[in-house]
Ligand binder design. Structure first.
Ligand SMILES: Nc1ncnc2c1ncn2[C@@H]1O[C@H](COP(=O)(O)OP(=O)(O)OP(=O)(O)O)[C@@H](O)[C@H]1O
Ligand SMILES: [Mg+2]
Length: 326
């Protein structure tokens, strides 16, 4: 069966005075209907830039230079801007990393949801659109939805604003939702409520979800499949249970080791030494090799390609599988 979203070899570059810099490098991934793909990686790995590439919202002077983004078989990168505008919002919607910057401070919540609807439906009357906007607030379990319709973003808490963002994204019933760290700014209990809400809405609608996070605790909650990104590339990809029980890439192993232990006692946090390189100074060979405890001289020369360790589990590491080295 054709996946809902099929990302093929997508590369996104930014023009600079010193030539093009590659931010997303030949990424291939797919998402089925009703499923959640989590994309994880440290800050600066290119997660947001990948999601903007899927929506064709990469800011200039950046652009998707090669690849295909097939939504139900149709290449979004080949559409003209008008056709793409109609796909955006109606068939695929995005929740951005920072809810406050994506809500307009001078319009009421109700007006903003009505506007999201009106972008794709110019024939339905105002009263009916307001009714649908109110329904959307009810659907995201907003307390006191009638009053919220008339409130402004600054009158709401962070968790309520994020519910408004979800309501706005889902009010047009998209087939695909792209959520870029939608819970990062929220405290843990509100975060859990929002994740539950997204899961429930996904069960009701059957939409596919691309969920971006750097939090592996969140991944274990909601992912079906996980892609680990490092320095613009996918370095490991697997069903969530395989990734957590049998991580193959040293970067993934490091990320998992940096999750605070959940036994309530001393939360231990092992960060991976070093930092993500900037896109204009990616090292030769494996981009992770300068930080990798398992690196050999070959790792500094050869860029490892993604290869299958099991049919569903792929890794880009010359040394995988690593078991014998522990
Ligand atoms: N407008 C831009 N122009 C040039 N480079 C950019 C631009 N926006 C982002 N970058 C660079 O692209 C790389 C990837 O950034 P991106 O925002 O996609 O990372 P991320 O994985 O989403 O990080 P975070 O977890 O902090 O959100 C970074 O090195 C960043 O500096
Ligand atoms: Mg980001």
């Amino acid at each position: 069966m054709m996946p809902l979203l099929d990302i093929r070899d997508v590369t996104t570059e930014f023009a600079t005075a010193d030539g093009a810099v590659t931010i997303v490098d030949a990424v291939s991934l797919s998402v089925d209907r009703g499923r959640t793909l989590c994309i994880v990686g440290e800050s600066g790995c290119g997660k947001s830039m990948l999601s903007l590439s899927l929506m064709r919202l990469v800011p200039a002077p950046g652009e998707v230079s090669t690849g295909q983004v097939l939504l139900d078989g149709q290449d979004l990168l080949a559409l003209d801007e008008e056709a793409m505008r109609s796909v955006r919002g109606r068939r695929m919607a995005m929740i951005f990393q920072e809810p406050m910057t994506s809500l307009n401070p001078v319009f009421t919540i109700g007006d903003q949801i009505v506007e999201a609807l009106r972008c794709h439906d110019r024939t339905t009357g105002r009263k009916e659109l307001e009714r649908r906007a109110l329904d959307a607030l009810v659907q995201v379990e907003m307390t006191d939805p009638v009053r919220r319709m008339k409130q402004y973003p600054h009158e709401l808490s962070g968790g309520m604003r994020q519910r408004v963002m979800i309501a706005m994204a889902l009010v047009t019933r998209p087939e695909l939702l792209i959520a870029d760290e939608p819970t990062t700014a929220l405290d843990v209990s509100v975060q859990a409520q929002i994740l539950d809400l997204l899961k429930r809405l996904q069960e009701e609608t059957g939409m596919g979800v691309v969920f971006i996070t750097h939090d592996l605790g969140v991944v274990s909650e909601i992912a079906d499949e996980v892609a680990v990104m490092y320095a613009g590339q996918v370095v490991e990809r697997a069903p969530v249970a395989d990734l957590i029980s049998d991580p193959q890439h040293p970067y993934t192993i490091g990320l998992l080791a940096s999750v605070p232990e959940l036994d309530g006692a001393a939360a231990r946090l092992h960060a991976i030494d070093g930092i993500v390189p900037a896109p204009d100074s990616f090292p030769a060979g494996c981009r992770f090799h300068p930080r990798c405890a398992f690196a050999t001289p070959a790792c500094a020369d050869t860029q490892p390609a993604l290869r299958a360790v099991t049919p569903a589990h792929q890794v880009a590491c010359l040394r995988a599988p690593l078991e014998e080295h522990w």
